[in-house]
Design a protein around this ligand. Structure first.
Ligand SMILES: [Mg+2]
Length: 177
């Protein structure tokens, strides 16, 4: 059995906590794509310059894997092949990049799908249909490197997570002054 490795505690939002979100949000069963679109929209509405780092490519890769699987290749093999072909690009690159209005500071966000909770006839009244997406070690390492270079970073499951991270960073910057 592989040894259990304890993850370091990262100096930025990186862990899911159901209590951070309201039930209505978790009942929507949002996909990562939905959250990413809202995050980019939110950042741009705030006057920042935000965009998806991997726009299009992810969807294209998914389509290629499905086509290979349809042609008879094992989905795992097709996925591994396509992943290998995406070559040059570094592992763990986050989903959203933003240049913050005025200060020009960089902000990088790894977007994950929130948990999907459905009403159920139990004591708690809810049932977990889909767990929340979790960041990979590569994604966390990438964010940590960016953080150490001065960027604002975090793993986000909602627009509110982004707002929280930006507010906390702005407050921290004020304290330094
Ligand atoms: Mg993601």
């Amino acid at each position: 059995m592989p040894a259990r490795v304890t993850r370091p505690v990262y100096p930025f939002l990186s862990t899911w906590s159901t209590s951070r979100y309201d039930l209505g949000y978790l009942r929507r069963g949002l996909a990562e794509r939905d959250v990413q679109e809202k995050v980019i929209q939110y950042l741009n509405l705030q006057g920042h310059f935000a965009f998806a780092l991997d726009s299009g490519a992810k969807r294209l890769r998914g389509r290629a894997v499905r086509a290979m699987a349809a042609a008879g290749m094992a989905p795992g093999r097709a996925g591994a092949l396509i992943k290998g072909m995406s070559g040059g690009s570094q592992a763990g690159i986050p989903d959203v990049f933003a240049v913050l209005k005025g200060e020009g500071r960089a902000a990088l966000f790894e977007v994950k799908k929130p948990a999907h909770i459905i009403p159920a006839n139990t004591r708690t009244g809810v049932k977990l249909k889909q767990p929340a997406g979790q960041p990979t070690d590569e994604q966390l390492a990438f964010l940590l490197t960016a953080h150490q270079a001065g960027a604002i970073v975090g793993v986000v499951w909602s627009v509110e997570d982004v707002a929280y991270i930006l507010t906390a960073a702005a407050e921290a910057a004020l304290e330094v002054m």
